[in-house]
Write a protein that binds this ligand. Structure first.
Ligand code: NAI
Ligand code: SOE
Length: 387
């Protein structure tokens, strides 16, 4: 079995998720396309890097990503750092001929993302952006139904990403609230996952009409480089700094194929934890998904008899996408890790078989262009074209 050496840059939340995926992928997918070997992990200092290596099972560690990217023994660079470092690391990795998987959003702006897309094209390496939610089996099943024509021509897409981990103004100001690091707030952090769903399931987005809100304007400063995602509350005496990113994004959408839609992403939705949803209406039926109930897909088909028509629930299992590799009985429970395992499988398959994988840096670039258009639309109060 071919072994591919991975250097992972960043050892926080996504460092954990990607490491689990590398360890678990060959257990779920047999035979695995390749063994992702956890060779080196990098963080901002040796102490954090060593802790990540020990915890996540890497052979070595470093605090110098530039050196690691040049290492001839490394095949794959995995970028799981905050958004402001994605471009620099990815462009250097592409120049060094490494295959690259980069966390979302690909970049802070469309211009930055374009440089990354250009760099991987010039280098001829494989590239993927880690919008893993589309690899939830129920989401892949929705895609299959749409491609089979089960709901006919799509008319409407409604997507949401509602969270409350930062709804409390006393939860600290991490990198996710800093425009220079994150690029934007709810828009880039979670809204982009829904934009990925919209493009994947419906098609290219051609125009947007957005509103960005900014309700929580300052937060207590957080110590350390890892975002504690609201799990640590600061005392009243802690110094506060301004938040310069949006905490809510709402946008109308027009698709190239004539469909219309809307997306809402908010950080202020008490009671909603990872409420990532879509509802798609076609001429012959509807499909609904809610990540908080991610084993389930709700479907309604217009050609069901009048007295039986209505939503029904399909629990994903062996009969559905990725079913052979996952669990033998529907509704045993698909987790976040499974989506990352499938993502790793599809990325390593593309490397080994020299095929394309999606979403790739082009998709990441398009999502950044659409995000820029939402910002411009919110600033000008006008529809903005993004195609
Ligand atoms: P985190 O704050 O948990 O961890 C970031 C890690 O990167 C920290 O250990 C930090 O010290 C390290 N780091 C920062 N700058 C670095 C540099 N220049 N070189 C090496 N290490 C550096 O952040 P988290 O949540 O893991 O987010 C990382 C990326 O993953 C972000 O782009 C985020 O948007 C994305 N993400 C994606 C998710 C998904 O569902 N696909 C979920 C959570 C995050
Ligand atoms: C925080 O909003 C966050 O960790 C996002 O950064 C991720 O992309 C999302 O998957 C879960 O929530």
């Amino acid at each position: 079995m071919r072994k591919l050496n991975v250097a992972m840059i960043g050892g926080g939340f996504m460092g954990k998720a990607h490491s689990l995926a590398y360890a678990g992928m060959p257990m779920f997918f047999s035979p695995a396309p390749a063994i992702p070997y956890r060779k080196t992990v990098v963080d901002i200092n040796d102490e954090l890097a060593k802790a990540a290596a020990d915890r996540y099972g890497f052979e070595s560690y470093s605090s110098d990503w530039r050196k690691v990217v040049e290492d001839p023994g490394v095949d794959v660079i995995d970028i799981v750092t905050p958004n402001n470092s994605h471009a620099e690391i990815a462009i250097a990795a592409a120049k060094a001929g490494k295959h690259i998987i980069c966390e979302k959003p690909l970049a802070r702006t469309g211009a930055e993302a374009k440089q990354m897309w250009d760099a991987v094209q010039q280098a001829g390496v494989k590239h993927m952006v880690a919008f893993n939610y589309r690899r939830t089996p129920a989401v892949a099943l929705a895609k299959k139904y749409i491609e089979e024509g089960a709901i006919g021509k799509i008319l409407n897409f409604r997507g949401t990403y509602l969270q409350d981990w930062s709804a409390d103004p006393s939860s600290p100001l991490s990198w996710r609230f800093r425009k220079d690091v994150a690029g934007s707030g709810a828009l880039g952090d979670t809204g982009t996952h829904v934009i990925d769903f919209a493009r994947y399931l419906v098609g290219e987005i051609s125009q947007v009409m957005g509103v960005l809100s900014h309700f929580i304007t300052e937060r207590p400063v957080q110590s350390g480089s890892v975002d504690k995602l609201g799990t640590v509350k600061a005392g009243a005496d802690v110094r506060k700094e301004p938040v310069d990113t949006d905490d809510e994004m709402t946008t109308l959408l027009r698709f190239e194929n004539g469909a219309v839609g809307s997306i809402e992403a908010t950080r202020n939705a008490w009671g909603r934890n990872n409420y990532l949803t879509f509802e798609i209406h076609g001429e012959k039926g509807s499909i609904c998904f809610n990540y908080e109930r991610r084993d389930e897909l709700q479907v309604c088909f217009s050609n069901d008899p009048d007295d039986r028509r209505g939503f029904r629930t399909i629990y994903t299992g062996p009969a559905h996408p990725y079913g052979d590799a996952l669990w033998p009985i529907p509704a045993l429970g698909i987790g976040y890790t499974e989506t990352k395992i499938i993502e790793a499988h599809d990325f390593f398959s593309a490397i080994v078989n020299d095929t394309e994988v999606s979403p790739n840096f082009y998709d990441g670039y398009r999502i950044s262009v659409i995000s820029d258009a939402i910002i411009e639309s919110a600033e000008t109060d006008k529809w903005v074209k993004c195609l």
